[in-house]
Design a protein around this ligand. Structure first.
Ligand SMILES: C[S@@+](CC[C@H](N)C(=O)[O-])C[C@H]1O[C@@H](n2cnc3c(N)ncnc32)[C@H](O)[C@@H]1O
Length: 451
């Protein structure tokens, strides 16, 4: 068994352990180099739905008490929400970076010792004096600290006062069916524009005779609103609406009312560049499952990163901290060790941002992405920016990557960059081409595999 094969056998563990890596580090082990790069952000939601048990609504007071019971009683709801969404908000940024560094060091120490144990010392792990399996670079700071998010998702549910049309973030424990919706006006990472759109949406649904959708089987309609902005303050909003049993005519009336509110009514102050409406009876629907319907405005939002222009569709992923993404991609450019004929796989490529930003350094880029709208964006982005050595494929990486690899010449130098969704690549991603093999599993960071 080759050294490479033995090393890749350990990758699922490596990926699982490294799921909380949010830093820049480097493994100089040969022949497979693994590098992790990420500057992650706290989750927006701690959620789950439903307030009904045995078919009866529990009184809001009882439920309210239950939600409070597992939160710190000395904290306000707003503070509890900040702790959930931005856990390090109480300390200065310098201190935050130090803490993250220490956290990553602990993860890498654990990773090195577990890799050793798992491989029964068969895997060659180059260790640093601090018993890390790779060099840990300092955390790369984000150029923007507050209001950096370019995308926010606001949910609708019962607020602190029991108002079922509160727009904000869920607080509480979804598993125990105890949640409350808390407005996010005070959150440090959310830009003012997003807060303004959320507030207008709340006012709009208050005016509506239709109920909010608290539970999927409860008959309500108004669900979350997603707000996306670019650095020029262009703003796209996407309203998710449960159609329940409304007819096409009734749906049309609702869509017209929403459009009127945001173009000529009080919502016009948000100055939206585009407004989408998605009928959705599931937690999340792709465009293919239920199309994003453009009610007015530009179909896409555009962003510039490292001199390249990116088109972003409503369904497509884009790094939520644009200035941070620029730093991240520049770091990727620095960390990629280009070897002449290098072929780069950008696995889970979204709108193709990573692959396109390093395309000039490598011979070819293959991007693979599940979401079709994102792949269409990636193709447009390559063409608009005059980049001709990138090809993008829509589908599951688990399926497409082996096909692509088998069509390549063996002597090529292959590098894969993986930045999967938070849930990670749950199924084993495994592919082989003669002498080289790549394998990856659960991870939320960004990982290079070079073979
Ligand atoms: C965190 S985003 C990263 C996007 C891009 N690499 C970037 O950094 O801008 C993860 C992407 O993986 C995609 N994805 C999730 N599971 C996938 C799979 N099994 N195969 C291909 N793409 C997947 C998601 O749709 C999402 O666009």
């Amino acid at each position: 068994m080759s050294k490479l094969k033995r090393f890749t056998d350990s990758l699922p563990l490596l990926m699982a352990l490294s799921s909380c890596l949010r830093h820049v580090c480097q493994n100089v082990g040969h022949p497979l180099r693994i590098k992790q790069v990420f500057s992650g952000l706290a989750s927006d939601k701690v959620c789950g739905l439903t307030t009904k048990k045995n078919g009866h609504d529990k009184s809001w007071k009882t439920q309210h008490r239950k939600i409070s019971s597992h939160l710190d009683p000395d904290l306000s709801w707003e503070e509890s929400l900040s702790d959930m969404v931005t856990p390090l908000w109480r300390i200065g940024y310098e201190e935050q970076l130090k803490r993250k560094f220490v956290e990553q060091k602990n993860v890498l120490q654990k990773l090195a010792s577990q890799l050793k144990e798992l491989s029964k010392n068969q895997v060659e792990i180059t260790q640093t004096p601090e018993e890390l399996c790779c060099t840990l670079h300092p955390i790369v700071p984000s150029p923007i600290i507050n209001g950096y998010r370019n995308k926010s998702t606001f949910s609708v549910n019962k607020g602190l006062d029991g108002d079922p049309k509160t727009v904000g973030y869920y607080l509480g424990r979804g598993r125990k069916r105890n949640i409350v919706c808390v407005r996010g006006h005070h959150l440090l990472n959310i830009p003012e524009k997003h807060k303004q759109v959320a507030q207008c949406y709340e006012e709009m649904i208050h005016q509506s005779p239709l109920n909010s959708c608290l539970m999927f089987y409860d008959g309500g309609h108004w669900r979350e609103i997603i707000v996306r902005t670019n650095r020029e303050s262009h703003t796209m909003a996407i309203i998710t609406f449960h159609p329940q049993k409304l007819s096409q005519e009734e749906l049309y009336v609702q869509k017209e009312a929403v459009k009127e509110y945001f173009t000529r009514g009080p919502g016009a102050e948000c100055n939206l560049t585009s407004l989408y409406f998605q009928e959705s009876s599931m937690t999340r629907c792709t465009h293919e499952q239920s199309p994003y319907q453009l009610l007015f405005g530009e179909p896409h939002i555009y962003e510039e990163i490292l001199g390249l222009k990116f088109r972003i569709s409503p369904d497509a992923f884009f790094q939520i901290n644009t200035a941070g993404a620029e730093v991240l991609y520049r770091t990727v450019q620095e960390l990629i060790q280009v070897e002449g004929n290098m072929v780069l796989f950008d696995i889970c490529c979204g709108t193709g941002a990573i692959g396109l930003s390093v395309a000039h350094q490598v011979s070819r880029v293959f991007g693979i992405e599940l979401v079709e709208q994102a792949i269409n964006d990636a193709k447009w982005n390559a063409s608009f920016n005059g980049i001709s050595n990138c090809q993008f494929y829509s589908g599951k990486a688990e399926v497409i990557l082996p096909q692509l690899l088998s069509s390549l010449e063996e002597e090529r130098s292959l590098t894969a960059i993986v930045n999967p969704s938070r849930a990670g690549l749950r199924k084993k991603l495994s592919c082989s081409t003669g002498s080289s093999e790549l394998q990856a599993d659960q991870d939320t960071g960004l990982c290079f595999l070079q073979a």
